[in-house]
Design a protein. Structure first.
Length: 194
């Protein structure tokens, strides 16, 4: 396997030349960071650009491996997550957790994709009973989410095909065991690229 320096250069080469992050950073800016051996900075900028343009799965794999080599675990998980979205599509929602006093969870959870709660997304079993589906959860722009808090989240379903019926505005519920612990409104559904 190539070293992080080489992986970052390869990832930069997979992005369109005119690609820019929301803050105006370009691929050329990243190449300058790489030449100055500012690897962690280059990784962060590449992630920002790749988030802003349709980056190929191969780019996300290179970034994930570079982050792994630099021991940047959260960045690695994010790159793996985004690569998964390239393969399977994206489901985003605004999630509101119940307060602990109202039956919600008692503690915050890490927002980095490790929690895999159950979701009622409207599916039914063959005999008409409610069926729940598993999806990992990534909290956007926050390290964690606690009781009574609201945030935009990304969902990575265990079986993405079972989620294809969702549309913007649909309301789904999050469960940990039997009780509802949160309610989410779908804000974006993107199929995988062709």
């Amino acid at each position: 396997m190539d070293d992080a320096f080489t992986l970052l250069r390869q990832a930069a080469d997979l992005l369109p030349e005119g690609a820019t992050a929301e803050n105006g950073t370009t691929v050329e800016d990243v190449r300058e960071e790489i030449e100055r051996q500012e690897w962690e900075g280059a990784l962060g900028l590449l992630i920002e650009i790749a988030d802003a343009v349709p980056a190929p799965e191969a780019c996300w794999k290179l970034l994930a491996e570079a982050a792994r080599q630099m021991m940047l675990d959260r960045s690695r998980r994010w790159c793996e997550w985004r690569g998964w979205e390239v393969r399977h599509g994206t489901v985003r929602a605004t999630l509101s957790l119940l307060e602990a006093e109202k039956g919600g969870r008692r503690t915050a959870f890490s927002g980095d994709g490790r929690l895999r709660p159950l979701w009622d997304i409207g599916n039914r079993t063959a005999d008409g009973e409610r069926d729940v589906n598993v999806a990992a959860l990534w909290v956007e722009f926050a390290e964690e989410l606690g009781p009574g808090e609201t945030a935009d989240v990304r969902l990575a379903p265990l079986r993405p095909g079972q989620w294809r019926h969702l549309r913007v505005g649909d309301v789904i519920t999050m469960h940990e065991g039997s009780p509802v612990v949160g309610t989410a409104t779908v804000i974006e559904v993107l199929p995988p690229p062709d």
